[in-house]
Write a protein that binds this ligand. Structure first.
Ligand SMILES: [Ca+2]
Length: 544
């Protein structure tokens, strides 16, 4: 592994653990120690998560039925096509978007269950993807580091992909499914980020040469995405090159997924094919033809641009650092003019339209190969996104706009196709849901709960709450979302609560007024804080 690449990986893990407002500064300017790979990225609060993971990796309980022990079963298992989309908020016409048409995802939605209240466990890439893949409330980027050091496969699976693999599935990872592009930690694409899980994990790099560079691809390849951000000549965070779909990596990823489907279709072995598209993650680069679908003059302004009332902005609001500090940004950190905001929204939507087209190609091939009647299709995004809401761009908040993301699932024998559900579900629930659908036995200590009932009946009961976390300025921010309320709690590292937010979605769906300080809400705050505290220190608490 080249030293520069190693430094980038080290820096990513360290920066999340330090959780400063400069959290995306890829220049490793501060102390980096081996401990950044430890599970103790956030010391006080991760103890139970860490314990549970260690137990899962190394100490399966006596007589415990470990996941994947189903190889003697003879009836055919359904395949799973998992489509991950990076930074995609529910800005899709099937979710009611007024800004864009997404015909391919809409077609899937018309045949599937659309989860309108799906919440991620962290509104940032790595932890969100870790939670989804492990079924646990992970608060560290690299929850698999210890597993990678093992010489032999651990007793319990480190991801549901490993469980599927042990159950006889062929497991393939293309693009960004876990945190690192291609699911690999080295440029040679040989060391898997999520160990013991994939038969193959890779990403097509094309002219960009390495997975990390392909992730930050510009069409002309002069932008060094590895060191990007501060050490190279910075570029604008968007591009509309007049190229075809394969002029950017997501076109190549779609092509690779189609090629894999063709191979998999020729085999009797069931498969889990996870395909992770890069867009609409920054930089907002997409072929010009997708920009042309949207007239920027007709884009409405941001309806919810103002910061919530009654909050401490110094704590709650970030300066859109991923955008304004890492790319060429004339206005300086945090300064985004109305015109720039409109351009960014146009660019983001162009990327959504681009990725929608790539997803359509994969779904078309699934149909052409006659695999639909034995393949579960899951479309999932790792978090939502601010496009100016609350005065911010990008993710990494605990507001509704960042913690809610698309989740669409189609089953081969689905009833009530095309009906959406308002039941609350979390990303950690996908693991036990897929194992139930595929009749596999998951570990007993997953935090997630199967939502198969919602797939059968969209009016079935969802969860009582969803939980998310993030860290900033060495503070920890936790939230729970119930049917009516969102509570956000900010803590110092010693556990001291320094700020509380409460939003009443019955009357304030845009989260514009923090009502935590209102006398009539005192009991609500206390009750929600108790729940939040319990989740905080537990790996698997559920109230059902
Ligand atoms: Ca992401």
């Amino acid at each position: 592994m080249r030293m520069s690449y190693l430094l980038v990986v080290l820096a990513i893990f360290f920066l999340f653990s330090s959780t400063t407002t400069e959290g995306y500064d890829h220049a490793p300017s501060r102390e980096i120690s081996v401990s950044v790979f430890d599970f103790g990225a956030i010391p006080d609060d991760s103890i139970n998560d860490r314990t549970a993971i260690n137990r899962a990796l190394n100490h399966p309980r006596e007589n415990e039925v470990t996941g994947g022990d189903t190889r003697k079963e003879v009836h055919p298992k359904p395949n799973v096509l998992l489509i991950c989309v990076d930074d995609l908020r529910p800005e899709l016409s099937c979710y009611g978007s007024r800004l864009i048409q997404t015909p391919n995802i809409d077609r899937l939605a018309s045949e599937a269950r659309v989860f309108r209240r799906h919440y991620v466990q962290a509104a940032i890439c790595g932890p969100s993807r870790s939670s989804m893949l492990t079924g646990r409330r992970i608060n560290s980027w690299d929850c698999w580091n210890e597993a990678r050091q093992l010489n032999s496969e651990p007793g319990q699976p480190v991801s549901f992909a490993q469980l599927f693999h042990r159950a006889g599935y062929r497991t393939i990872c293309i693009g960004k499914v876990s945190h690192l592009p291609g699911g690999v930690v080295d440029e040679e694409q040989t060391s898997h980020e999520v160990p013991f899980s994939w038969d193959e994990a890779y990403t097509p790099v094309g002219q960009w040469e390495t997975p990390w560079r392909s992730f930050f691809a510009y069409s002309d390849f002069t932008y060094n995405g590895v060191a990007s951000i501060k050490t190279d000549v910075p570029r604008l965070p968007y591009e509309a090159a007049d190229v075809d779909d394969n002029g950017y990596p997501d076109g190549l990823i779609a092509t690779a997924a189609i090629s894999q489907l063709q191979k998999l279709a020729a085999s009797d072995q069931p498969f889990l094919l996870a395909t992770g598209f890069y867009k609409p993650h920054l930089p907002f680069n997409a072929p010009k033809k997708y920009w042309d679908f949207i007239d920027p003059e007709e884009l409405p302004g941001v309806e919810n641009y103002q910061k919530p009332k009654n909050i401490n902005s110094a704590i709650c609001i970030h300066d859109s650092y991923e955008l304004t500090r890492h790319y060429h940004w004339p206005g300086g950190p945090g300064n985004i003019s109305d015109k720039e905001a409109q351009t960014l929204r146009h660019a983001y939507l162009a990327c959504v339209r681009y990725v929608d087209a790539q997803i359509g190609k994969v779904l078309d091939e699934l149909r052409r190969l006659k695999l639909e009647d034995r393949t579960i299709v899951v479309l999932w995004s790792d978090h939502g996104y601010h496009l100016g809401e609350h005065g911010m761009f990008c993710k990494d908040t605990n507001y509704e706009i960042a913690t809610r993301s698309p989740l669409i699932i189609r089953l081969p024998d689905m009833v009530k196709r095309g009906e959406s559900t308002d039941g609350i579900v979390e990303s950690i629930d996908l693991y036990p849901t897929l194992t139930e659908l595929c009749e596999l036995v998951p570990p007993e200590d997953l935090a997630g709960k199967s939502f198969v009932e919602l797939l059968k009946d969209p009016k079935a009961q969802g969860k009582e709450f969803a939980y998310s976390f993030h860290g900033r300025d060495k503070r920890r921010c936790n939230t729970i979302r119930t049917d009516r309320w969102r509570l956000i709690e900010w803590k110092e590292t010693d556990g001291t609560i320094i700020h509380t937010e409460l939003y009443d979605h019955a009357v304030d769906p845009e989260e514009q007024i923090n009502v935590a300080g209102y006398t009539e809400n005192r009991e609500v705050v206390v009750r929600l804080q108790e729940i939040l505290s319990s989740v905080h220190y537990s790996n698997s608490l559920e109230l059902e």
